[in-house]
Every structure is written in C-alpha cells, then in structure tokens.
Design a protein around this ligand. Structure first.
Ligand SMILES: [Zn+2]
Length: 285
C-alpha cells in the first residue's frame, strides 16, 4: 500500500496512511472543469488542490479529509497526492515530445506516473530545532496553509519573508520573528533545513536523446489531473444514455470502473450488430 512520503502528526503520532474514494464520473468531470475567471480570485491553485483532494480522499491519517486536514499537509505530500490521484484515475503510458537541448532534434519519451521517483521526508520531519544568529529556532516544512498565506503577495521577496516568518518560530517567544533580524547565513540555513526535511516528488524526467545521446531534463507536472479533457467522458455518457436511456446524473454517479464495463458491453453488442449486418449485407448484396 502506498504511503504519504511525509505524513500528518495526529495526536503526537506520524500517520502516513491515506485512501482515495472510489472514482466516479462526477469526480472525473470536476477535474476537467476549469474554475471560471470570476472564481479565479478566490479559487487559486492551492485552493483547487485542497478542494480536489477533499473530494477524492476517503481518509487521511485515519481521519476524514476535511479542508483543515488537507491544508495542514506538507506541500510535498499534497503534490504526491495529486500525482497519486492521476495514477488512481489512469496509470497508462504517457507520451511526451521533447526537443533536444543539444541537437534540437525532436524525440518521444514515455513514462508512467506511478514510476516517477518520490523522496521521502527527512529526519526530524515536520520540524527541527536549529541554532541561528538569534539563538535557537524551530523550522517547519511548508504546508498548504503556508502556500495559501502567501498566495496573494505579488512581490516575490515579500512572499518569501512572509513564508519564513511562518516556518520559523523562536523558542519560548510568542511574537513572530522579524525577517530583517536574519542574516543571509540564517536564511540559507533555514532553507537547507526545511528542504532536507520536506518530502518531494520528481517534477523532472531524465531522457537521453536518441540522436546525440545528450541527457535532457523534461518537466513533468504533479497536476496532470487538471490537464485532462472531458471529451472521452462525455462520449461515454452519450453512448450509455443512448443505449440505456439513463440520465446524465445517474451515469456520472456510477463508479468509473462500472461505467467502463457498460461501455465494453455496448461495444461488444455493437460489434455483433456490425458483424450481423456484414454477413446479412454480404448474403444479399
Ligand atoms: Zn540530441
């Protein structure tokens, strides 16, 4: 069974278990639907991830997947879950066309989402005490909550300051740390500590060019679920509605595996009808 590379701390215990719900057409359709521009201001990427994970997770760390729980997951765990959701929906071979950075020749690369490497969380996850110029501080890995807190800060430098004040707590002090108090070395040390603890998934794929053998790094998004087209799903709904006269709502509520089964049955009876017509037409033609 797959486990979170980081995990949640539940009652002092690190829990890495999670379970997806049975996939339905409704879930699939929700992934295809782009948030409308009007929603965009309030529905940023991190919120969309939270929403999708809440809808598709049956449990996480032995609890139900509420918005609070999903936002409290480390960024690495959230990316991992989005990729696992892609695997849950369809772990077929994915083809990419790459342009070689060396010889500019085009070539095709195939992979499966389930084969992409995962770096588990490091020691002390999710927080570690370190000594910086100000004394002892506790550094935590960034979570969904941290992403959401900085999402509206357009200035990158300011967003980083805000993130650091969220990730670093001074021992025994209530007030937040002021970023101006930190030296360059402090910031570097904080970043290294957070990075070493954070779980990570591969966002790049290495492929050698068949023409010049140069190694190429190709980006692979954790969010391929969001790039799916609704075309196949809508075709299937159309076919099932045509044969069984069920409503769109009822078909969408079917577990995806069962919907596929009906499609196979329809294809088979269509195939038989075609053969019948061929033989029939052949005899009388
Ligand atoms: Zn090449």
């Amino acid at each position: 069974m797959m486990q979170l590379p980081g995990g949640l701390i539940v009652n002092g215990e690190r829990r890495r278990d999670f379970q997806f719900r049975e996939l339905t057409g409704e879930c699939e359709l929700m992934l295809c639907e782009q948030p409308t521009p009007a929603q965009d201001d309030v529905f940023c990427h991190a919120q969309r991830v939270t929403h999708v994970l809440c809808q598709n997770l049956a449990s996480i760390g032995g609890q139900s997947a509420t918005r609070e729980t999903v936002n409290a997951l480390s960024v690495g765990d959230r990316q991992f879950l989005m990729r696992q959701l892609a695997v849950h929906i369809d772990d077929g071979v994915v083809w990419l066309t790459a342009v070689c950075g060396q010889c500019t020749e085009k070539f095709d690369v195939s992979f499966r989402h389930s084969e992409l490497p995962v770096k588990p969380a490091g020691e002390h996850y999710p927080s570690k005490d370190i000594e910086i110029s100000l004394g002892k501080v506790t550094v935590s890995v960034p979570t969904g909550n941290d992403q959401l807190a900085v999402v509206e800060i357009a200035n990158q430098q300011q967003a980083m300051w805000r993130l650091i004040t969220r990730l670093v707590r001074r021992k025994g002090r209530r007030q937040q740390l002021q970023p101006e108090q930190l030296t360059t070395e402090d910031i570097e040390q904080i970043e290294i500590t957070a990075e070493a603890m954070s779980p990570e998934i591969a966002t790049e794929l290495s492929a050698s060019c068949p023409n010049c053998q140069a190694e190429n790094r190709l980006p692979v998004t954790p969010y391929s679920c969001f790039d799916r087209s609704a075309d196949d799903l809508l075709n299937e709904i159309h076919t099932i509605a045509l044969y069984y006269h069920w409503s769109e709502q009822d078909i969408l509520a079917l577990p995806s595996a069962r919907r596929q089964h009906y499609i196979q049955l329809i294809d088979r009876s269509r195939g038989m009808a075609d053969r019948h017509q061929m033989i029939h037409g052949g005899l009388h033609g």
